[in-house]
Write a protein that binds this ligand. Structure first.
Ligand code: ACO
Ligand code: KIV
Ligand code: MG
Length: 507
């Protein structure tokens, strides 16, 4: 197996996305996660671009160890000087320098002849080598260059000391077979290519960045460049997670292996999305919210019988706890029966048919049918007899930071009164209910929303409690008084939790 080096440029090319500018703290947080993910190289920024980016690269170089820290430059001494300064404290520093090699870049943008470009490329590599031994050269817009000229540039920069040669499809113009052929051409026509690592760097303008990167790797490239969630300028860069999981899933096809810890992929994707503010589409490959969510009956039935029917990746492999069966109007009896069983109901035959018909009527009106709806379907009273009844409650607040709640509950026919404080009315209320019921489940989420309009709007409170066994219980409560809705939701969750405990114990 050939070793595949993973070069993450989320903090440099990814950050070139419109609307993302990351500060030092944010870049550092992402860097630490990239180390957990197991990337080999972190391209931390472009130090010459701004004092802020200079500071970010400096800080990452100083604080993030065990991985190569790289900075980007133009083929220009002033950029290289600043980059070297930024990387001064890196354990393994790399300068990534380069220049445009396609006719349009040379003539129109740089206003240089091909000979001048070769000269400037070589000079930049030699200059960078004075500072660090590890110098990567990028031949910008390589795919739209002539292969013979590209080979000439690459041979010259390797002779000048480049340790890695990056062959970017800067504008995402290549087709996969063409990009593979170009990498193959470079490997077979650059005489000293054995002295450098060949790197693939693709963009997604035609939606082919993943396919092109894989074609380049298949053709012999040993370094993959890309970003988490595929973020980047215009249509973005190659999604690292897509290429990594393609190679993992189709190990037979590529002959390479990386040191990526795939179980960190989901956490890395979520962190990058949260910090950059770029939402991952639900249907995105590997890291989209629906990537392991089965929503139609035939698929759900198949997955319940054997996951392999519709899952080529086990969600756990990328750090997602489990797949999801979502009930919709496209679900069948098997999925409904499964979800009801998860809630503690065992039904089959005619009873299942009956519930299924009522389920379909409901599902046709709703996009998704949730556990709460299933409880109602099963008994119209929430499927559970409430063992805890809210008799009364009163809240006293000083209007600023302290509140006291007094609550009277009836539990199994016994009336219990207690009071507790909290940092607000809802917190005081939940603390009091905990004291009365002895609850130890953790409050994981609490939301409140209005479900009708007007001043008499009905408030809907939702409470999520995490049981000690790790299971999540959702409670809902409705009232025109939002504090009462909150109390009802909390009690509803406790009721369900108790019921669930009994069912689990019985089975
Ligand atoms: C494909 C890529 O992703 S390349 C990386 C893109 N990243 C960035 O652009 C980072 C952010 N950029 C910046 O902060 C600024 O553009 C800077 C600091 C790099 C340069 O700013 P300025 O000096 O004001 O120049 P400006 O950006 O307007 O123009 C770029 C200049 O660099 C030249 N240039 C572009 N690429 C290169 C290169 N690889 N090597 C040498 N010169 C280059 C251009 O020809 C132009 O030169 P000119 O002024 O002689 O016409
Ligand atoms: C600067 C280089 C590596 C680049 O990002 C590109 O050509 O796309
Ligand atoms: Mg790029």
């Amino acid at each position: 197996m050939r070793k595949l080096y993973v070069f993450d440029t989320t903090l440099r090319d990814g950050e070139q996305s419109l609307g993302i500018t990351l500060n030092v703290k944010e870049k550092l947080e992402i860097s630490h996660q990239l180390v957990r993910l197991g990337v080999d190289i972190i391209e931390a920024g472009f130090p010459a671009s701004s004092p802020g980016d200079m500071e970010s690269v400096k800080t990452i170089a100083k604080e993030v160890k065990g991985v190569i820290i790289c900075g980007l430059t133009r083929a220009a001494v002033q950029d290289i000087d600043l980059c070297a300064e930024a990387l001064h404290n890196a354990e393994y520093p790399r300068i990534h320098t380069g220049i445009g090699v396609s006719p349009v870049h040379m003539e129109k943008k740089l206003k240089l002849t091909p000979d001048q470009v070769v000269e400037q490329a070589v000079a930049a590599v030699k200059y960078a080598k004075k500072y660090v031994s590890d110098v990567e050269f990028y031949a910008e817009d390589a795919f739209r260059s002539s292969p013979t000229f590209l080979a000439r540039v690459i041979e010259n920069v390797i002779s000048a000391g480049a340790t890695v040669v990056n062959i970017p499809d800067t504008v995402g113009y290549a087709n996969p077979w063409e990009y593979g052929e170009l990498i193959n051409y470079v490997i077979n026509n650059v005489k000293n290519i054995d002295r450098a690592i060949v790197s693939v760097h693709c963009h997604n303008d035609l939606g082919m960045a993943t396919a092109n990167s894989l074609a380049g790797i298949k053709a012999g490239a040993s370094q993959l460049e890309g970003t988490i969630n595929g973020i980047g300028e215009r249509a973005g860069n190659t999604s690292l997670e897509e290429v990594i999981m393609s190679i993992y899933t189709r190990r037979d096809g590529y002959g390479v292996e990386s040191k990526i810890n795939t179980r960190e992929i989901s956490a890395t994707s979520r962190l990058v999305s949260r910090i950059t503010g770029v939402t991952v589409p639900d249907h995105k490959a590997i890291v989209g919210a629906n990537a392991f969510n089965h929503a139609s009956g035939i698929h759900q039935d198949g997955v319940l019988k054997d996951r392999k029917t519709y899952e080529i990746i086990q969600p756990e492999t990328i750090g997602v706890p489990q797949n999801i069966i979502s009930l919709t109007a496209r679900s069948g009896r098997h999925a409904l029966q499964h979800c009801l069983m998860e809630l503690g109901y065992t039904i089959e035959g005619a009873q299942l048919d009956d519930v299924y018909q009522r389920f379909l009527q409901l599902a046709d009106q709703k996009k998704e049918v949730f556990d709460q709806d299933l409880y109602v379907l099963m008994g119209d009273s929430g499927g559970i007899e409430s063992s805890i009844v809210l008799q009364s409650m009163s809240i006293a607040t000083n209007g600023v930071e302290m509140a006291t709640a007094t609550v009277i509950l009836e539990i199994a026919g016994k009336t219990i009164t207690d009071a507790a404080c909290g940092n607000g009315p809802v917190n005081a209320l939940f603390n009091t209910i905990d004291r009365i019921t002895g609850n130890t489940a953790i409050l994981e989420d609490y939301t409140l929303k209005s479900v009708t309009r007007s001043s008499e709007a009905l408030g809907e409170a939702t409470v999520k409690l995490r049981n000690n066994d790790g299971r999540l219980v959702v409670g809902k409560g409705f009232s025109t008084d939002i504090i009462e809705a909150s109390a009802k939701a909390y009690i509803n969750a406790l009721d369900k939790r108790n019921l669930h405990t009994e069912l689990v114990t019985e089975s």
